[in-house]
Design a protein around this ligand. Structure first.
Ligand code: SF4
Ligand code: SF4
Length: 378
């Protein structure tokens, strides 16, 4: 999204006025969704009030580990990403594609005409903006447009959040996807907590963002406030929990298709598919047809699938990727190599979710390192 005609000056929004911004979005007809705490995790769900945000919470993340901890302040966005990503709204896990409405007398197909809401996403992290852009490429701007995704993506309002806290498994700095939002937002905030003041430095990304900000009390940011916001993002960039060396990564993986290392990781991998479910860029689906026992109703549903299931690569006679080794290799090689040939970008934005939510703590950054080491024979 270009910003050349926009006010490029940064603004300041006091914490107490954030509620007003959410109210304005609600009055304009948006379904306002964002981070909230449920089942001891930060998940994305409907927000009625600023108090629904994870106020005063932070997270501790490592391979196979996630826990929330209390902060000693009232930060609203003082944590990294949780198990949810925005794809649950734009590319939902389960969608009915059509149903038969004849009740057993013949067959008349009714395409699903979902009344989808206009979403306002609150607190979208920079890596997640990149993930949405990747799904746009695949589901919106590719050869085959997905009408369900398009309906949900249209009219989306994005309030992005520059990161002031890097999770233990984050590596956006390695992937050039964060910790500062550079595109794809209407407004982008940096949260600032001082001893006696709590405010946001706001960057305007679109005319719509500017229009909404005009309805909320705000002022131009001072040099000191701008410098404080820049300092927060710079500090976060230096706190990444993980690092991935990406130089020559595509050729590295292509060269190592037959590496014995894949068998080592396959001994651990449960092929549970958690990594694909939590990944904000994974988009694969399967289709299921269901009928009732009387044969009067038929429906077709689309559901998230995973390259870790046996059925995913089933063609007549069996699965192409029958072993865990073949499935793990497929997933990681697709993310970091073949995706680049297919879509002109990496399939990984460095959010760290697949590391945190892998039950046996398999770590994509460490797997790249291990393959590099195996080439050197060390
Ligand atoms: S890498 Fe981890 S999360 Fe992914 S399928 Fe294997 S065990 Fe499950
Ligand atoms: S592969 Fe892992 S780190 Fe990369 S975007 Fe997917 S979940 Fe995030």
């Amino acid at each position: 999204m270009g910003s050349s005609s926009l006010d490029t000056e940064l603004a300041v929004l006091e914490r107490d006025h954030l509620q007003l911004l959410l109210d304005i979005l609600g009055k304009r007809g948006y379904r306002v969704v964002g981070p909230t705490v449920r089942d001891r995790a930060v998940v994305y769900d409907d927000l009625a009030s600023v108090t629904d945000l994870p106020v005063g919470w932070t997270d501790e993340q490592d391979g196979g580990i996630y826990r929330l901890k209390r902060r000693n302040d009232g930060a609203l966005f003082g944590y990294a990403v949780g198990p949810d990503s925005w794809k649950k709204f734009l590319h939902p896990p389960v969608v009915r594609l059509w149903r038969d409405k004849t009740g057993g007398n013949g067959f008349q197909l009714v395409e699903e005409d979902e009344g989808v809401p206009r979403f306002a996403f609150i607190g979208v992290r920079p890596c997640e903006l990149h993930a949405i852009a990747i799904q746009d490429k695949v589901l919106l701007n590719g050869k085959y447009r997905d009408p369900s995704y398009e309906a949900r993506r249209q009219g989306l309002f994005v309030l992005a959040l520059n990161c002031g806290h890097a999770g233990g498994t984050c590596f956006c700095a390695s992937m050039n996807t964060g910790p500062k939002a550079t595109f794809g937002f209407d407004l982008a905030l940096t949260e600032v907590l001082e001893a006696d003041r709590h405010y946001f430095v706001v960057e305007i990304g679109t005319e719509l963002g500017a229009e909404i900000l005009r309805e909320v009390p705000h002022k131009a940011a001072s040099q000191a406030e701008k410098a404080t916001a820049e300092g927060i993002v710079a500090k976060t960039a230096g706190q990444m929990g993980r690092r991935m060396y990406t130089t020559g990564i595509k050729d590295l993986l292509y060269r190592n298709y037959e590496s014995p290392h894949w068998s080592d990781v396959a001994k651990l991998c449960l092929t549970c598919g958690n990594c694909t479910m939590v990944c904000p860029t994974c988009f694969c689906t399967t289709v299921e047809d269901v009928t009732d026992l009387a044969g009067e109703h038929a429906e077709r549903w689309r559901k998230w699938d995973s390259c870790f299931t046996m059925d995913f690569s089933y063609i007549h006679g069996g699965s192409v990727r029958a072993s865990p080794m073949a499935r793990y290799r497929q997933w990681m090689t697709h993310k970091l190599a073949t995706w680049i040939d297919q879509f002109g970008t990496s399939g990984c934005v460095g959010c760290g979710r697949c590391i945190t939510w892998c039950p046996v703590a398999i770590d994509i950054t460490e797997e790249v390192n291990a393959i590099r080491r195996s080439e050197r024979g060390s």
